[in-house]
Design a protein. Structure first.
Length: 235
């Protein structure tokens, strides 16, 4: 039975992916900072899959150690979905509060890498796949998105580098595209984002990605809502 760990699983894309994988028969370990929301997801999905929910902050080492213990039987899939948007409303980069920027990098860059380090033995045991969630802000240089975009650009480079360094585990990054989520609403306070699609629009992409031979994936960058999903940054 396949086993997956999803961070940021209490809402938005993380919850959508948890539901998708539960329907595929995965055993799930879910984490997120919102305990009540995470337990709601666990209770819903426990009707169709084996689900463990551990609320906490992945930027804290004790929580990462708890996740390692929870996946000691091996891990097929790690989805680093948890992200910190940073300061809102989104400021110009020259005005960015540097303490807040460090916090964003801690969540979006350091924590995913640290979690990969902690879970690498479990991933190697099953020849696992790591998916790091990126953003088009990593490439765009958009006004106001400098802090968040820089953190996702760094995560892209980490993904590509790990793709060259690791042989027993595949690592990719995925830009899921704009979606109608709470995080996206926080980026556009007071604006109507109802024209953005729900996270479920990406499900065909995930079904395709998880069906690919892992030997050919590592180091690549994908776009879940593009006309062509693949071929950015293939090694």
């Amino acid at each position: 039975m396949n086993r997956a760990l999803i961070t940021g699983a209490s809402r938005g894309l993380g919850r959508t992916l948890a539901t998708f994988l539960a329907n595929q028969g995965y055993t799930l370990t879910l984490t997120g900072r919102g305990e009540a929301a995470l337990e709601e997801v666990r209770d819903e999905l426990s009707q169709r899959a084996q689900v463990t929910a551990l609320a906490g902050d992945i930027s804290e080492r004790e929580h990462r150690l708890a996740l390692r213990r929870a996946t000691s039987g091996g891990l097929d899939l790690l989805i680093n979905n948890a992200s910190d948007l940073g300061t809102t409303p989104l400021p110009a980069l020259v005005d960015y509060d540097l303490k807040r920027l460090r916090s964003t990098f801690e969540t979006n860059v350091i924590a995913p890498l640290a979690l990969i380090q902690e879970l690498l033995p479990a991933l190697k045991e099953r020849g696992g796949l790591v998916i790091n969630l990126s953003s088009d802000a990593a490439l765009g240089g958009y006004r106001g998105w400098g802090g968040y975009g820089a953190s996702k650009a760094a995560l892209d480079l980490i993904s590509k580098t790990l793709g060259t360094e690791l042989r027993d585990v595949a690592v990719v990054s995925v830009d899921p595209g704009e979606m109608r989520t709470q995080m996206h609403q926080e980026a556009f306070p007071g604006e109507d984002i109802s024209d953005r699609p729900l996270p479920e629009v990406t499900l065909p992409f995930w079904a395709w990605l998880l069906g690919q031979p892992r030997s050919g994936l590592s180091g690549r960058r994908f776009r879940a809502q593009a006309d062509t999903w693949e071929t950015e940054g293939a090694l």
